[in-house]
Structure formats: structure tokens, C-alpha cells
Ligand binder design. Structure first.
Ligand code: 1GP
Length: 245
């Protein structure tokens, strides 16, 4: 395990962490710098950088901007092989376990692995699971996901156990960016209780209550993206951070 993951584990002893997702498609270096400064001031614990479409060409510029603006860990959340840059602190090295296309399960990872290994970028082995209504999001559509039905938390647990048995240490339960409904609380609870994995939950979380419910259900990291892209990121992050701590 690398230093970033160790630090996250250390911090998790104090409770659920709040991650803000910055999509390079929506910002440039300067706006990423300002946003990162605000979210750090608001109380976020880490910043994820990535997106499903067109993230690659501005990735380094945005990571550099985020690093100028804050001292929080910057972790890549790659949407494809172009989501890798050694300028970040670590990468969620993910497999979209419930994709119907083997490219997203293992081929993209094989194509990206040399860049990660040879650059020394820290990899955090993570299962990525798309939950309904995530098939209507960019990640679900691009990734040809066979989404976990909302009323079948035991299917999410089956994937989580498979991830655990394969040696992964984290799982990201994804309802899709801008989802009408976030991942069900019961699903977060079941996976957190029964699987020996760190649980990240994201997609459609746009209120302190929704964040708090998932933190109370056992989520280790709550991710918010779309909600903090408008209005005052500082105020929104402050509210969310207070709710989950
Ligand atoms: C998307 O889970 C993340 O991959 C964040 O989703 O933009 O809906 O917060 P939102």
C-alpha cells in the first residue's frame, strides 16, 4: 500500500471523508486552482480529478491548477486510458466490474498499466460498480454497464465480495454523475457491513442529508461533483462536510 492510501486510512479513523470531483472537461488550470482552494477551505478531504469524456487533453493542466490551489491529496478518477498523469498523487486504478465490454473490465487497465508502473504513480486498486440509474449517465453509457438494480443490494455485495477475493481494497458505488437518485442507502449499508473493502459512494448526491445518510450507512468516502460546480463551492462543501463529520 502506498503513502496516499495509508494517509486516507489514517484519516478514516476520524470518520467519513468528503471528496470533491473536478471534471477537467468543465474547468481550466486557473478555475481549477480557485475551485480547489474553495473546497479545501470548505472542509473537503480530497480531490478527485477525472471524467468520462474528453478529460485527457487538459488533465495535466487541471491537476497542476488543483495543486496550486490546495494541499489536499489529488487522486485521479480515470474515465479511460487518457486519464493518467504522474502529476497527481495517486490514481483509483479501477475496473468497471459490471461492464458487458471486456475493454472496461481489463483491457483499458492493461493499456494504462505501463504508464502507471513506469511513472511510479501510486495505484489504489478499486472496483467500480454502476448502480441504477447509472446506465443513463456518461460513465454507464460509455462503459456499457449492466447496472445493479436499486432493489438488489445483494448483487452489489456479490460484486464487492468478488472484488475483495481478487485483492482489490476499495469499491466505488456509482449512480452516475447528475443521477436523479443516489445509490440506495441500504446498498451502501450492506456492502460496508459485509465486504472488507473501503466504500466510496457518488453520483447524484446534492444535499447534506443525502451525504449524511450514506456516511451513517458506513460509506468511507462520499463524492460530490455536479452540486459544487455552481453557486458557492465553499458554502456547499462546508455544509456537506459538517453533515458527514
Ligand atoms: C460521478 O460519482 C461522481 O462519477 C459524482 O457525481 O456529479 O452527481 O456529484 P455527481
Amino acid at each position: 500500500m502506498g503513502p496516499v492510501e495509508s494517509r486516507l486510512n489514517e484519516k478514516l479513523k476520524e470518520g467519513t471523508l468528503l471528496a470533491v470531483l473536478i471534471d477537467p472537461f468543465n474547468v481550466d488550470g486557473s478555475s481549477a486552482e480557485r475551485l480547489a482552494a474553495e473546497v479545501e477551505r470548505g472542509g473537503a478531504d480530497l480531490i478527485l480529478v477525472g471524467g468520462s469524456v474528453g478529460a485527457g487533453f487538459k488533465l495535466s493542466e487541471v491537476v497542476r491548477g488543483v495543486k496550486r490551489g490546495s494541499s489536499l491529496p489529488v487522486i485521479l478518477f480515470p474515465g479511460n486510458v487518457d486519464g493518467v498523469t504522474p502529476e497527481a498523487d495517486a490514481i483509483l486504478f479501477m475496473s468497471l466490474l459490471n461492464s458487458l465490454n471486456p475493454y472496461w473490465v481489463i483491457q483499458a487497465q492493461a493499456l494504462a498499466a505501463p504508464s502507471v508502473k513506469l511513472s511510479g504513480l501510486e495505484a489504489i486498486p478499486t472496483a467500480y460498480l454502476i448502480v441504477e440509474p447509472g446506465e443513463r449517465s456518461a460513465a454507464g453509457w460509455v462503459g456499457s454497464a449492466n447496472p445493479i438494480p436499486r432493489r438488489k443490494p445483494e448483487l452489489a455485495l456479490a460484486y464487492a465480495w468478488a472484488a475483495e477475493l481478487l485483492g482489490m481494497r476499495w469499491i466505488y458505488l456509482e449512480a452516475g454523475s447528475g443521477a436523479e437518485q443516489p445509490v440506495p442507502v441500504e446498498m451502501v449499508k450492506l456492502v460496508s457491513e459485509k465486504a472488507n473493502l473501503r466504500v466510496i459512494v457518488g453520483g447524484g448526491i446534492r444535499s447534506p442529508e443525502a451525504a449524511k445518510e450514506r456516511a451513517s450507512a458506513g460509506a468511507d468516502v462520499v463524492v460530490v461533483g455536479t452540486h459544487v460546480e455552481s453557486g458557492s463551492p465553499y458554502e456547499k462543501v462546508k455544509e456537506l462536510s459538517r453533515a458527514i463529520k
